[in-house]
Design a protein around this ligand. Structure first.
Ligand SMILES: [Fe+2]
Ligand SMILES: [Fe+2]
Length: 304
């Protein structure tokens, strides 16, 4: 049994404390032995969409490798951001794809703590964490971007680091209910018909159901269940309004919209952060908590 990692975690000349496998058809092929390292030439040949696998029994070793990289003064901030981004993406993918997600949910505490720390120490590297206009791995990129934006907003309105970790995790999992929506609906290019839209709109409820089998906080569940509610009361699924919506879900809601507007999907053109902000503040501002909207404005100003 294996878990997935991504290419961004690999650095040239660094000996890996775990074994690395690649998948060829149905087979896992041993690509790199524990202790070996890769040249930059080899790393550059990989595509971002290539998948790598590490034996499940080395999960702890892998986690320590990520932590050590984060704590090392010799790893450049941009490299740290790349390692964290790709570790988070692989984790989100596991959460979306696997049936039993207890381990991934648990590991997310540590990964999100690293994200919080990174955003605190190297705020200028927030651009390396989000991927504006990226096209591959849409759902996973979207989840991570919403996580980063949410934590950025949370920080601006004075959240403690502990709350930022909960908020970041809630944002990473906010669309987890899409696991139960038919894949054809998720991947459909163009507008959904009424029945498809009705199913799509059930993803907050599905998300709550999925998470209720695990030991996660009410705040995280609220991020899943309430991120399509609107400050005005015209959202779904419950039509909650104003302060009755969990504060973290209010943050995820605006981060979600901002990311959807700035990301390339098959059927729309991405807006620049500036245009997206203008759209939100002029056309749909009443749907959002004004204090949170203000924080998004400051955050977006820091993005290129
Ligand atoms: Fe959603
Ligand atoms: Fe979303």
């Amino acid at each position: 049994m294996y878990f997935q990692i991504r290419v961004g975690v690999l650095r040239e000349g660094v000996s890996l404390p775990f074994d690395l496998f690649i998948q060829l058809g149905q087979r896992y092929v041993h690509y790199l032995k524990q202790g070996d390292s890769l040249t930059s030439e080899k790393i550059s040949k990989f595509k971002h969409s290539d998948q790598f696998y590490v034996p499940l029994e080395q999960r702890k070793v892998f986690k320590n490798f990520v932590s050590d990289s984060m704590n090392s003064a010799s790893v450049k901030p941009a490299d740290k951001a790349r390692i964290l981004r790709d570790t988070s993406l692989a984790l989100v993918e596991e959460i979306y794809e696997k049936k039993d997600i207890s381990e991934a949910l648990n590991d997310s505490k540590e990964i999100v703590s690293h994200l919080v720390e990174m955003m605190e120490k190297n705020p200028e590297n927030i651009d390396d964490l989000v991927q504006l206009s990226s096209h591959d791995f849409y759902t996973f990129n979207h989840s991570l971007d919403v996580g980063v934006y949410s934590m950025g907003i949370g920080k601006l309105i004075g959240y403690s680091n502990e709350d930022l970790v909960e908020l970041g995790r809630g944002a990473l999992f906010h669309d987890i209910g899409k696991k139960w929506v038919d894949a054809e609906i998720i991947c459909k290019k163009g507008a959904l018909d009424d029945a498809e839209w009705a199913q799509m709109q059930r993803h907050p409820e599905y998300g709550l159901k999925i998470l209720s089998d695990y030991d996660v906080s009410e705040a995280i569940k609220a991020c899943c269940f309430e991120h399509h509610e609107s400050f005005l009361g015209n959202g779904y699924p419950q039509g909650m309004d104003g302060d009755s919506i969990h504060p973290m879900a209010r943050i995820v809601a605006i981060a979600d919209t901002f990311d959807a507007l700035t990301t390339q999907r098959s059927y729309n053109k991405p807006m620049s952060p500036k245009d997206a902000l203008l759209f939100i503040t002029t056309k749909i501002k009443d749907k959002y908590d004004p204090e949170i909207l203000k924080a998004l404005q400051s955050l977006a100003a820091a993005l290129n």
